[in-house]
Design a protein around this ligand. Sequence first.
Ligand SMILES: [Ca+2]
Ligand SMILES: [Ca+2]
Length: 96
Amino acid sequence: MSRHHPRITAFEIRSLMLIASVTLGAASSAYAQNAPTTAADAQVTAAFTKADKNADGLLSREEAASLPAVAANFDKVDADKDGSISAAEFGKAMKM
Ligand SMILES: [Ca+2]
Ligand SMILES: [Ca+2]
């Protein structure tokens, strides 16, 4: 068995772990401040915004055509049956 000392001492490892935890902690609190929604929510919002061509906050049947999964289930996604899909209806459908 080799008995030479490892190049990184236990003290150095502790220092690195401390630095890593401080860095990760700072990163996660910055993330929480800048992004209250989850990444999945952001993707849903981005998809909705992209499909909402006239930016009125609602997806018409024509606009939903760019999202085949939504277009195929338009009547199901349009929970209140007003003929358009709101962001809330869209978000709910994406979580099903
Ligand atoms: Ca629209
Ligand atoms: Ca609706």
